[in-house]
Structures are given as structure tokens and as C-alpha cells.
Write a new protein. Structure first.
Lengths: 396, 312
């Protein structure tokens, strides 16, 4: 095993499994297992991570994305060395600070101050080193006098602020952040992102797990996409996130309900003169649909990056006839930079209005837009959705 | 890399998309993790991070008295209150005549304090891994720190319990005998025994919570047979206590190996109260037994350690 500098995380062919036959440690279950063992049956295992290969240099930021249950947290735990891989090897060099769940590792009966020293000590810092950073931690967490109050009387926000401040100021070589920032308010999230980019600039390696894709793009250089225990892709964060978004859209279109009163028959989206869709240019949309009953309602369309959260929505309210109808929409100027987008749609009758025929929010089609490449925000700043704004600059 | 990557460009670090169907269902057998505990290596690591034991013990002691109105005063009050109860008990129990010039309550209390270090550590340390789940999931340091910190906590409690003991000595005008200088030796035998059993019990409880229920029942039983039954004829006669176990022979030595606490308590009382010197043959057996518990407990702990994070 070669030696790595502090802050390196290196994983080679890491596999992790849990026992699948473990139900309850009850006596009768144990007897059953023993009987199976006598018969020579092998134990059942469930692989939760397969063949993870990873090398992250000090000072790099790495995102891990994927749906629930894809193995993200288990991977973090192995990087943290709190759980062992079932096969392969994983090395993390240096002090590891982990922010895995709200209040994890914070002792509720101790005061904030005692918790700071406790955790610092567990991280391997001396009392003097912690004392030197203590004021910064209190300042950042914005808890003021409450630092001497027992943590169980803190609000969730205060606890998470303290937890983050402790983890981010005690200068670990590797910082693991799992989905916790989502708990804080928007201002605190931004503050955390800024602190993270500062910590990273000081040479800390960051692992960031989140469902919040814009923050992953904002924070991480590279990302890994886990799906159902497999690595689906890794590479530059933006590329991986886009791949993941596309797959989310695919999943959504597979799970839409088909027995609705309205069916979409055809969707066409074209740019000027029926050509490519181009940023800042005219876009024409043609939707052919069929309704089981005549209804008064509104047709919504939205454009998103794959997920169900659109960048913008358009709405058309009218009375729709029974049977087939065609809906045309002309957008005068497309406010999107280059990229792959999906078009979502829904048709709803106003609340409490007779006929119930409607169409739930679902992806209708996807399209490619051509034009300027989206501008990357400064590191640590998250861009929610790309919007194309033509602008002129002047310096005097 | 066993998965076949399809790099979208030749550039290093570019996006790689993997075909998951190429990943085998199981890893190659030679990659499977074989857990070989490295006892010496982990003991060295434990020494390096030993400070954490103190931190955890401090945390537990602080947390224990945090919400209490009287706070840390309880550390002294608890043994005092139990002393009063013992006093009432000693006054009202007929049949235990006080011989050898030793007040019965002193006899009881010396035995209880000696036992307390061990009993408190095992009782507290038993669930230390299970109850520190969140800290265990968060940070990597030797897991032994959790049960060991409980021993430290128990040592603190025992230290506090010596204050009422001093009061008792003074109240009865009874000075500890000069043979009390052997007391550290007895504690030296008690320590590996305590460490071994705490490690053993805490690691087994992670897998088998049944033990968590058994320990509170079992420990008082062991205490009763260790504290009440003196092991040598002299002590027996001097204390007028209940009949001794295995007064003679190899059976007694074997018992000392299995239950080192019995000779330790016996000798402690013999030395402090009656002025007897150490009973070397019994103590040697106790020391051997204690070391067996220590090594066995540590080996088992290290073997089971793999599952701690997944099961606790």
C-alpha cells in the first residue's frame, strides 16, 4: 500500500454487504439459522455497494448523488472508517470530521461548550488547539450565550449550526457532509457553502452527499453517481449531475399514471422555422391530446433540467372539448442556455368543479437547446436553474 | 478496475459512464475481507488516543449530574445515603455478631467499595457501545475507549465512596491496619479483571442484547457470593461470617482463577480490617485468572469489532 499525503481518500474495489437473513435475534430465528447452517446452506447477503473505485486528492471536493437507498451513506461511513468494507480496501489519511446527521455525536445533556471540547478531543485536537478556535465556532454558529446551555434545549437550527461549526472549524483533513445542510435556513446554507469553499481552499478534502443537485454542482469538482449499489458514473460534477437528472426524468416517465382522463398523443417542440431550439429565439410547441370528457380547466407546461422542479411554467386556461384537441404555444424568446431540458405538463380542472378528468404533472418530452454555454458561478455559490439572459457589459 | 468504463473522451478525469451489467454479482473471493485482529497494533493505537477515554469519562460524569439540582454533590451523597442504609441494616440484622473487634458495617463497607469499582464498571460498561451509537457512527477512534471510559467513571465513583469510609473509620475510632499498604496490589489484580470483563460484556451485548437483561441480575449474585463468603479460615473466624467456600485445596485455587474478585475482596478485608498479609497462592491464581479475562475479553472485543457500527 503506497503512502498518501494527509487528506487523501483511496478506495480500491470496495464492496459492502449486509446480512439479508438477519431478521430478529430471537431464539427461534437463531435455531432456524442454525438448522440452515447444518444443512450446509450459505448465508444470504445483500450487497449495498459494489466495486467502488475512488481516488480523491487532498483539497478536492467530491459529491455523491443517487436516489435513497443507493448506498451513499454507507460509502461515507466507510470513508469515515466507522464501518468496515466487506471486500477491498479503503484508506482515508488524516483527521476526519463528519457531519452525518443532525445532532449526531452531540451529547444532548452537555452544554454547547462542552460539546465543542468533547468533539475536538475525539478528533484528536488538544485542549489549547480547540480553545484557539472556540470563538470562531461560537461566532459562526450564531448561538451567543446559548453556548453554555444544554444542547437538548437548542432548536434544530441551533443544533445543526453548532454541529456544522464544530466540524468545519476544527480543521479536519477530510470533511464528510451528508445531507444536513438542507435543515438550515437559506442564509445559513449559503454561509455554510462559503465556509466549505474556504475550508477546501485550506486543503481539506470534502465529501458531499446531497439530493440538492444545485449545491452539489456549486460545491463539488467531481461527483459520483450511485444507483442501486452500483457506480453508474463518475467525473466532473456537472456532467454527472446532468446524467443523473436525465435518469430521474426517465424514472418519472415510467411511473406516471396512465389511466387518467386525459392522454397526450403527440408533443412537438421546434425552433424558428421548424428547426433546432435556440437560446433567445422563438420556440413553437404543439401538443395533441385526447380527453374523455369536455372540461373547463388549465393546461400547464414547464421546462426543467430533468427533475420535477421546472425553471419556468406557462399556463393556458380554457374549456377543452371532449375527444382529440390540439394545443399550440409560441414562446417568443427562449430564456435557457445550451443544455438538455425536459418538458413537463399537467392538466387540471379547477378545484370542486364537476369532471375529474385530469393529467398529473409528468414529463412529456425532452429537447436539446443550442446557444451559449451556461456561465459557471463562483465556487461555493449555487445556481438553482440556468437562465439565459442576454446582457451587455461596460467597464469605465 | 473490473467494471468496464466507456470514457467519453480520452482526457484524464473526464466523465466515465459504467455499464453495471459488467460488474459481477459477487466480488472475487480473494478480495473478501478477512478480519485478523492485530492486538498489539490496536493496543498501541489505544495508547496513542488514550486521551479520548478521559474525555468520554468526563463527559459521562458531567452529563450524569447535569440536570440534578445538587449537581456533582450527588457523587458524594449517593455513597453517604447507601452508608446510612447499610448502617440501619447492620443494626437490625441479628445473628451476624461482630467479632475480631471489627464493626460489621466496616466489614460490609470495605467489601462493597472493593466490589464497587468492578461492579460499577461492568454494569455501566455493558451498554456503553450500544448507547454511544451516534458517536460511534461519526468518528473513528479505538472503540475500546467507550467501555474503558466507564471503568474510569466507576473509579471516580469508588473514589467518592472512600469519603464515607473515612468517616466510618473515624466514627468507630478504628484505624486501618498497617497491612493496608497491600491494598494497591489487590487493586492491581482487580483492574485487568475489570477491563477484561467490561470489554467482553460490552462487545457481546452489541450482538446479543439478552445479556443486557442478564447482567443486572447476575452481577448482584456474583457480588453476594464474592462479598459475603470469606475464603480463608482466619477471616471466617475473625468475622464470624457465613461458612466459607472451599476452605482448602486445589478447588479453592481453581475458584480463585474463575472468580478473582472473591480472593481480592477477601484479602482487602483481611489486610485493612484484620491486619493479615496477602495470601499469595490465592492471589497468584486470581492474577492468572484476571489476565485470562483481560486477554480473552480483548481478543473477543477485537473479533466482534467489525460488526459494531452495523449492529449497534
Amino acid at each position: 500500500m503506497p503512502t498518501f499525503p494527509k487528506g487523501t481518500v483511496h478506495a480500491e474495489q470496495v464492496w459492502k454487504r449486509f446480512r439479508a437473513d438477519r431478521t430478529l435475534p430471537l431464539f427461534q430465528e437463531q435455531i432456524k439459522l442454525f438448522g440452515r447452517w447444518l444443512k450446509g446452506e450459505r448465508r444470504d447477503y445483500r450487497w449495498v455497494l459494489r466495486d467502488i473505485n475512488l481516488h480523491v486528492e487532498p483539497g478536492k471536493t467530491h459529491g455523491i448523488i443517487g436516489v435513497n437507498g443507493s448506498g451513499k451513506s454507507t460509502l461515507l461511513k466507510m470513508i469515515c472508517q466507522t464501518t468496515f468494507p466487506s471486500a477491498g480496501s479503503i484508506t482515508s489519511v488524516g483527521r476526519i470530521g463528519a457531519l452525518l446527521e443532525v445532532r449526531s455525536g452531540i451529547h444532548p445533556d452537555l452544554s454547547g461548550r462542552q460539546n465543542v471540547f468533547l468533539y475536538g478531543n475525539i478528533l484528536g485536537l488538544t485542549r489549547a488547539e480547540i480553545a484557539a478556535k472556540f470563538d470562531d465556532i461560537v461566532d459562526f454558529a450564531e448561538i451567543g450565550d446559548a453556548i453554555d446551555r444544554q444542547v437538548k434545549f437548542y432548536s434544530t437550527g441551533m443544533a445543526i449550526r453548532l454541529g456544522f461549526a464544530i466540524a468545519a472549524f476544527l480543521e479536519p483533513d477530510i470533511l464528510l457532509v451528508d445531507e444536513v445542510l438542507a435543515v438550515g435556513d437559506a442564509r445559513f446554507q449559503q454561509k455554510c457553502l462559503e465556509r466549505i469553499s474556504q475550508v477546501v481552499a485550506n486543503g481539506t478534502t470534502l465529501f458531499y452527499v446531497s439530493h440538492d443537485l444545485p449545491t452539489v454542482e456549486a460545491v463539488c469538482d467531481r461527483a459520483m453517481w450511485l444507483a442501486d449499489s452500483y457506480v453508474r458514473a463518475d467525473g466532473p460534477a456537472r456532467d454527472v449531475v446532468n446524467l443523473y437528472r436525465a435518469s430521474v426524468e426517465e424514472q418519472a416517465s415510467m411511473t406516471v399514471a396512465h389511466d387518467t382522463g386525459v392522454r397526450i398523443l403527440k408533443v412537438e417542440i421546434t425552433g424558428p422555422d421548424g428547426g433546432q431550439v435556440v437560446s433567445g429565439e422563438e420556440v413553437n410547441l404543439r401538443i395533441v391530446a385526447e380527453s374523455e370528457e369536455a372540461m373547463f380547466g388549465a393546461f400547464h407546461i414547464g421546462v426543467s433540467q430533468g427533475t420535477a422542479m421546472p425553471v419556468f411554467v406557462l399556463r393556458y386556461a380554457s374549456s377543452f372539448p371532449e375527444g382529440q384537441f390540439e394545443l399550440r404555444c409560441k414562446m417568443h424568446s427562449l430564456p435557457l442556455p445550451k443544455g438538455r431540458y425536459s418538458l413537463w405538463g399537467a392538466m387540471r380542472a379547477p378545484r370542486n368543479s364537476g369532471p375529474t378528468a385530469n393529467l398529473p404533472w409528468q414529463p412529456l418530452t425532452s429537447f436539446e437547446a443550442f446557444g451559449p454555454i451556461p456561465i459557471k458561478a463562483p465556487s461555493g455559490v449555487m445556481v438553482l436553474s440556468p437562465v439565459y439572459v442576454p446582457a451587455d457589459w461596460e467597464l469605465s | 478496475m473490473s467494471a468496464i468504463a466507456e470514457p467519453l473522451s480520452e482526457e484524464d478525469g473526464a466523465l466515465k459512464v459504467y455499464d453495471v451489467s459488467l460488474v459481477p454479482a459477487d466480488p472475487p473471493a480473494e478480495l473478501l475481507y478477512q478480519h485478523k485482529p492485530d492486538l498489539l497494533g490496536s493496543a498501541r493505537e489505544l495508547l496513542r488516543r488514550g486521551e479520548v477515554i478521559f474525555t468520554l469519562a468526563e463527559r459521562d460524569i458531567r452529563a450524569q449530574y447535569k440536570q440534578a439540582v445538587l449537581g456533582i454533590a450527588w457523587a458524594l451523597l449517593t455513597p453517604l445515603v447507601s452508608l446510612v442504609m447499610l448502617f440501619l441494616l447492620a443494626k437490625n440484622v441479628k445473628g451476624f455478631s461482630i467479632g475480631g473487634g471489627v464493626p460489621l458495617i466496616l466489614n460490609m463497607y470495605v467489601g462493597l467499595v472493593t466490589w464497587g469499582l468492578f461492579g460499577g464498571a461492568v454494569g455501566g460498561g455493558a451498554s456503553s457501545l450500544v448507547s454511544n451509537k451516534s458517536l460511534m457512527a461519526k468518528s473513528h477512534f479505538p472503540r475500546e475507549c467507550f467501555p474503558l471510559s466507564q471503568i474510569l467513571g466507576s473509579a471516580f465513583t469508588s473514589l467518592m465512596a472512600t469519603v464515607p469510609l473515612a468517616i466510618l473509620f473515624a466514627a468507630y475510632g478504628f484505624a486501618p491496619r498497617s497491612a493496608s499498604m497491600w491494598a494497591p496490589l489487590y487493586l492491581l489484580i482487580e483492574l485487568p479483571m475489570t477491563v477484561g470483563l467490561v470489554l467482553l460484556v460490552s462487545s457481546v451485548i452489541v450482538q446479543m442484547r439478552d445479556l443486557q437483561q442478564i447482567i443486572p441480575i447476575l452481577m448482584p449474585l456474583v457480588m453476594i457470593i464474592s462479598v459475603i463468603k470469606p475464603m480463608s479460615v482466619e477471616t471466617h473466624h475473625a468475622l464470624h461470617a457465613s461458612p466459607t467456600f472451599f476452605v482448602h485445596g486445589w478447588l479453592r485455587l481453581a475458584y480463585c482463577v474463575v472468580n478473582p474478585m472473591a480472593p481480592v475482596i477477601d484479602n482487602m478485608r483481611g489486610s485493612v480490617l484484620l491486619g493479615f498479609g496477602p495470601q499469595w497462592s490465592m492471589l497468584l491464581c486470581a492474577a492468572i485468572g484476571a489476565c485470562c479475562y483481560l486477554v480473552g475479553g480483548y481478543v473477543l472485543f477485537k473479533k466482534l469489532e467489525v460488526n459494531f457500527a452495523d449492529l449497534s
